[in-house]
Design a protein around this ligand. Structure first.
Ligand code: PDD
Length: 286
């Protein structure tokens, strides 16, 4: 059997190296599309319902038609995972408004274009989970609809690159009031002096992370209080603990913000407990 990677492109399963979309796909020209990244853990797709809910919401907000039913999409995602023989990794799904002559208004007739890829890896690095990571604060220069999971990620790309160049793992974006919005591809959390988890409330300023949602439920089920309120850079630097969540980083401790070491510079006990709770969640079939 061949080990070549397979992608799904508009109804066909094609070799990854030969997969392509039209040069006038509006995703390519206008970033006119949305995406989801889902984790594959032990061959299972993780937390699919909230991912489909968010995908449908993003599409609805942009008035892009749902290209296929949830059931049909589910078949495609599982088929791509199976064909690529991924046990632990990620699936990427992208839906754009489709192909049309370049013109800003919505085209009258365009079929949404669907691409699905899967790959191994894209999981948290064990060293980061054990030792924690550094984050670097950057101004949040994004648009006012960060709740839509749009493929328009240039500010996020620039933020992540700035973090990387400064020796950080993630960038924490900061609004005009010196409040942290979220990471470039993760949600941001701190643990306050009372042991409460603090994360920014859902609004147009952040993405509703699936990992954020799941972790909030897991924490509450374990009697760890979650307070949704904005927090400042100063508060974060003085926090008892800090961490990030996402499909690719799960729960990853933050031990440094810019030049400030958080607490004793080691992952805190609440974060460690949350890592365990999230791992248990992954090991529990839905
Ligand atoms: N990023 N905030 C932003 C801006 C994100 O792009 C992401 C996800 C998250 C976390 O969401 P979730 O828990 O659903 O993964 C928060 C994905 C992983 C990415 O772009 O690769």
């Amino acid at each position: 059997m061949s080990l070549s990677r397979i992608a799904y492109v508009n109804g066909r399963y094609v070799p990854h190296h030969a997969a392509g979309v039209h040069i006038e796909d509006r995703g390519y020209q206008f970033a006119d599309g949305v995406y989801e990244v889902m984790a594959i853990d032990n061959r299972r797709l993780v937390d699919m319902t909230p991912h489909y809910d968010r995908l449908e919401r993003s599409l609805r907000e942009l008035r892009i038609e749902l290209p296929m039913t949830r059931a049909a999409l589910d078949v495609v995602l599982h088929e791509v995972v199976r064909r690529n023989r991924v046990r632990n990794g990620i699936v990427y799904l992208q839906v754009t408004r489709g192909v049309a002559t370049r013109d800003h208004p919505f085209p009258k007739r365009a079929e949404p274009a669907v691409v699905v890829t899967a790959r191994r890896g894209g999981r948290p690095n064990p060293q980061n989970r054990e030792e924690g990571v550094a984050v670097v604060t950057v101004p949040d220069i994004r648009w006012a609809r960060c709740d839509i999971k749009s493929v328009s990620l240039l500010p996020n790309v620039l933020a992540k690159q700035a973090a990387k160049e400064a020796g950080g793992f993630e960038a924490w974006q900061v609004d005009a009031d010196d409040m942290i919005t979220e990471g470039s591809s993760t949600n941001a959390w701190i643990v306050d002096a009372d042991g409460n988890l603090v994360t920014r409330p859902l609004a147009n300023t952040i993405l509703s992370g699936v990992t954020r949602l799941v972790l909030k439920q897991l924490a509450e089920e374990s009697d760890i209080r979650v307070v949704e309120r904005p927090f400042s850079v100063e508060e974060a630097k003085n926090a008892r603990e800090a961490f990030i969540t996402s499909t690719t980083s799960f729960v990853t401790p933050v031990v440094r913000i810019d030049d400030r070491v958080i607490a004793n510079g080691r992952p805190g006990s609440t974060t460690t407990r949350l890592i365990e709770l999230y791992d248990q969640h992954l090991a529990t079939p839905a």
